[in-house]
Write a protein that binds this ligand. Sequence first.
Ligand code: BGC
Length: 761
Amino acid sequence: MLSVSALSCHSPKGEVVIPADKAVEAKVEQVLKGMTLEEKAGQLVQLSIMVLQDETNEALDPAKLDKIIGQYKVGSILNVMNDHAHSREHTAQMVKDIQAKSMETIGIPCIYGLDMIHGASYLTDGSFYPQEINLAATFNRTYARMMGHAMAYETRAAQVPWVFSPVMDLGRDPRWPRIWESFGEDPYLQAEMAREETLALQGKDPNHIGLENVAVSIKHFMGYGVPVSGKDRTPAIIAPNDLREKFFAPFLECFRAGALTIMVNSASVNGIPTHANSVLLTGWVKEELGWDGMVVTDWADIDNLYTRDHVAADKREAVKMGINAGIDMIMDPYDPECCNVIVDLAKSGEIPMSRIDDAVRRVLRLKVRLGLFENPTWEKEYPMFGSEAFASESFDAACESEVLLKNEDGILPFKGTEKILVTGPNANSLRTLNGGWSYTWQGAADDYAPQFNTILEALQQRFPGKVSYEPGVLYDQTPMMWQNEDASGIAKAVAAAYKADVIVACVGENTYCETPGNMDDLNLSANQKQLVKALAATGKPIVLILNEGRPRLIGDIEPLAKAVVDIMLPSNYGGDALATLLSGERNFSGKLPFTYSKHINALHTYDYKVSEHRETMEGSYNYDAIMDVQWPFGHGLSYTTFAYDNLKVDKAEFGPEDVLKVSVDVTNTGNVSGKEAVLVYSSDLVASLIPDVKRLRAFDKVKLMPGEKHVVTFEIPASRLAFVGADGKWRLEEGDFRISCGGLGVMVRCNKTKVWNTPNI
Ligand code: BGC
């Protein structure tokens, strides 16, 4: 599989996900015809902006521009790495200078790419939305669209036409440090939110991207999120059927929405480094889907083929392996020498010229689709940049994303008369509200955005004169030292607790991103647990606020809290949102987009195999295999209550081409208005491979006034109930299915088996 050499003709074997546009193709051919081999090689290489900057990191160095763009003819630049953000004007000017040089010396525009993950990273003055994990918790597609639109707009405003987003690694292992970057553990939720974000980022016509849209790079293709070790960038082992059914399906949805580029999983799946996996890169994507977009590597990952993975002996072999497997652009951040390696490999025929031309066409096609030949830079006003309108969307999204997990004796909302002690290392930190990819890679909001409120500041504004503060435990402020905590303040916090009526304990994690977030113990850190235990000994009620990128285990301290709220990473307005929710001015409506595990040796996803665990002892073969989690996927409370009745499916029996019409009555049975995320699951009772216990198949969010009833309806194509069988094909099998929603269930029967390559899912 690793040594596939001549994969030049990627003739589609099935559907064609992006229709070809004649004018686009003609322009690509016209440019390609006039290119030298050196120019072609340059188009296949991407370097970091660092290699063009002078020693101040502020300005471009003309000599470096001459070398990298003039001499090596490098076709793409990315990011600012040195934990530093610039203003929009500064970034825009930098890109304009690079473009001027590219047009003058190569005659082909450069493509600049940025890691916009939840807003304008690397810009000092743009907007941020809650991280993707929070957007998933809203179960409201509107917010994925809003964020996509704002991100595209603000990226374009900085003269950048390409983002490395959305992230769509399934967050199915809570130990992995990047689960907050994506939309949680479920493939359908991931697919729905990522598709909406993709459409908002790119617009509806992938052949003509406008000046308020950008190209996406859906990532990381694929299987990156479940490393066996739990550590970032380490090998995953994924059953072949799961790879297609769960990991590929969300990407498929985005390809069908026109996604123009993909970034490759830095690690390996089933022993094959993804950067050398021709079956996935060329077979599944370029051939099966007739996809004519561009594949970019992740950071220095061609080098990893020989330095880390030992599947290549040296750089030359690694480049050959990657490009022949289907890589079109090599992110080789520090060194343009890669251009010469490509030229040499093309001259020797080790990379066929047809493969080189195919890769170059894909790069050029992207640039043409983005309109960069006509407008390498653009003069356009972007009055909405960093606007109040985006800020208000971000606040609304934060409010809908924070999840009320526990609320004993109705301790929340606060009455407004309580004396509140605010404590914990996350109480007065803006960077922890944002997480990584915020202003800088490791997250540096406190330095860049002092105008926003921390949790403490928001509560002080909301409950004037009622709030006292003692951190108890503090994080080391050195970004890479996020585990180190100073616990010398616990005694002071305890003393303050005696004077308060209620304790708001804000615990969780400091910011991290990628490998610096690796860790050896999923438990919440010992110091923070110690703080909560000491506070509980005062007998004062505790409201535990979890501000964390992944569900840290809290089994021993959860019983000590009256209420628990998981705010995850809600960004700059997350403190204000929390204060608004705790005061009862707004109601909670977020639900967990992942399973919150309780025990370190029992890390679950909600869609486990029926033979893996049980909900109860009944029928259990293995008496240890009882599903015992802290909170299940989809759990989330409200200040009101909702009753579900009358679940109906329009047909008791269905065929593979049918659409199931599902309806359910949802009534607000409490005293305040609220929003409810309505989740519909299916269970395949008998299948030729051991079935998942249940799978999310549809969701919607409704707003209901007290006493109001809404009939919520869904249309579910029967093909969505299919699974991937042992032969790698999608199968819907004759037999019984249970459709469930809100604790209700209805049995239906599929009357015919059908097998597909890529169905409508
Ligand atoms: C990350 C990617 C990111 C790239 C460029 C890598 O280390 O894995 O997600 O897009 O850097 O910054």
